[in-house]
Design a protein around this ligand. Structure first.
Ligand SMILES: [Zn+2]
Length: 471
């Protein structure tokens, strides 16, 4: 017994792992210091304030996209990262000119709805499209409809997104936006309206992407605000025919090359091994992209800045990755996966912050079995921030999804998204929606995660074998 006590004391004194295969007391002490410092700092809020003030909306492929990349390089160099570099991402571009949707019905005054065209939908022919409007409860109802009930008409899908802390209402609801226009097109519809995929009751619309197969005919598709969707349902409830006039101005523009912006804190012992924190630099063309995803840019940058401020360098390298063109199809994330997957054995973890600025409440991780105790140890240091231990299912965030088939180990720091979808992809995504204290809690969580992942004596298991292991 005495021998064991002496051995334990010696272990502590020498800074050896405090419990089998995990982190040293010194590493844990530093993690606690990072956590406390992050909570006292407003450096993250300053970053997102500067991005939204000086660049504003920065849709992929616009002039503002280029300015955002310049802003990012300047910021990351100024903070003092050891290396800052760009990796090209080339894609087709689109821009919105205008949208105008007017509804009329017998005995109902003609009225204009508040709308936003969906990304990459085509313009209407000159003079717009005028047709009968046909309403469906959801995408499944549209899929089940006979083509003769759709052909030559404009389709309206009325399904409503449910509010929840984890944002789980988004996945089922967003099908109407991502697949609805193509299904409507295949059945011969002329255009499509969807109820906004968002939880706000304010009168603005939520835009977002939709997709058409190369073989199918693209049709103009427009999101209408939640109150306007309610109004449309009330007009339908009168029972008479409803007609609609849709005008969209939009343009497909030249292919454009933007950049993933990457900055590194080079590791002191194993610089080739990398902990990767992500966020996306692009935004939609409306609002100022404060919560989506200026907040994520601020959170990961502030976390890394606090680590750079330490007297010592982490054992492994820590990279922050500002992904390009997330909103229009995870294009920066796809380019990054293609470029780096052959080196995934060296990547420890990917974790992207892209869910606004609500506080983190849970850590979940997709890692090798032997690394799970390290995740548990990290969670114990996150506990004072109100962060619980979740399960072993994680995506790492949208831009790391293209890396999952190559076996990248990933962590989700799950944020409270109760209000996120009130603002998501709207004119109302602006800086005032960010609570500086919540933002600091996020930065604290990412700083603890990045530091301890960089110090962990155990690798997290990235690489093709992780796929088999977790099957
Ligand atoms: Zn986003």
């Amino acid at each position: 017994m005495m021998k064991l006590v002496i051995a334990l004391m010696l272990g502590l004194a020498l800074g050896l792992p405090a419990n089998a295969g995990t982190l040293t007391e010194q590493d844990l002490t530093t993690a606690r210091e990072l956590r406390e410092r992050a909570l006292e700092c407003d450096g993250g809020f300053e970053i997102v304030a500067d991005l939204t003030r000086r660049i504003g909306p920065r849709m992929a492929g616009t002039e503002a996209d280029a300015r955002a990349v310049e802003w990012a390089v300047e910021l990351l160099q100024e903070i003092g990262f050891d290396r800052v570099w760009l990796e090209p991402v080339t894609f087709n571009t689109w821009h919105r000119e205008f949208e105008r949707v007017t509804v009329s019905a017998p005995g109902v005054a003609e009225q204009e709805l508040v709308t936003l065209a969906l990304g990459f939908t085509p313009a209407t022919p000159a003079g717009g499209i005028e047709a009968e409007l046909v309403m469906f409860d959801d995408l499944a109802a549209l899929e089940a409809a006979a083509p003769e009930d759709v052909e030559g008409r404009v389709v309206f899908i009325r399904n409503r997104m449910e509010r929840s802390r984890d944002g789980s209402g988004y996945g089922p609801a967003v099908q109407a936006r991502s697949r609805g226009p193509q299904v409507a097109s295949e059945k011969g519809a002329l255009a499509m309206l969807i109820r906004s995929i968002g939880t706000s009751t304010n009168r603005f619309a939520h835009t977002g992407m939709t997709r058409f197969d190369t073989a199918s005919r693209a049709i103009p598709a427009v999101a209408i605000s939640n109150p306007d969707a309610d109004q449309l349902e009330r007009i339908f409830s009168l029972g008479g025919p409803v007609s609609v006039q849709v005008e969209v101005g939009a343009e497909y523009t030249e292919p454009y090359t933007s950049h993933n912006v990457i900055a590194e804190i080079t590791g002191a012992e194993s610089p080739e091994k990398i902990v990767a924190l992500g966020a996306h630099l692009d935004s939609w063309d409306v609002g100022t992209g404060a919560i989506d995803d200026g907040a994520g840019i601020a959170i990961i940058t502030e976390a890394a800045r606090l680590i750079l401020d330490l007297d010592e360098r982490p054992r492994r390298s820590i990279q922050v990755i500002y992904f390009a063109a997330e909103e229009i199809g995870l294009l920066g994330g796809r380019a990054w996966a293609e470029k780096h997957h052959e080196n995934f054995e060296n990547y420890q973890l990917g974790a992207e912050s892209d869910f606004g600025a609500g506080p983190v409440y849970e850590i979940a991780a997709r890692v090798a079995d032997e690394a799970w105790p390290v995740i548990e140890a990290i969670q114990r240091e996150l506990e004072p921030l109100g962060i619980e231990l979740g399960g072993r299912e994680a995506s790492g965030g949208p831009d790391f999804i293209p890396s999952l088939p190559y076996g990248l180990a990933v962590v989700d720091l799950k944020q409270d998204g109760t209000e996120y979808f009130d603002y998501h992809h709207t004119e109302n995504d602006t800086l005032d929606k960010i609570d500086p204290e919540d933002l600091a809690q996020n930065a604290a969580a990412y700083a603890v995660l990045a530091w301890l992942a960089a110090q962990s004596p155990i690798d997290f298991g990235s690489g093709p074998q992780l796929i088999e292991e977790l099957q």
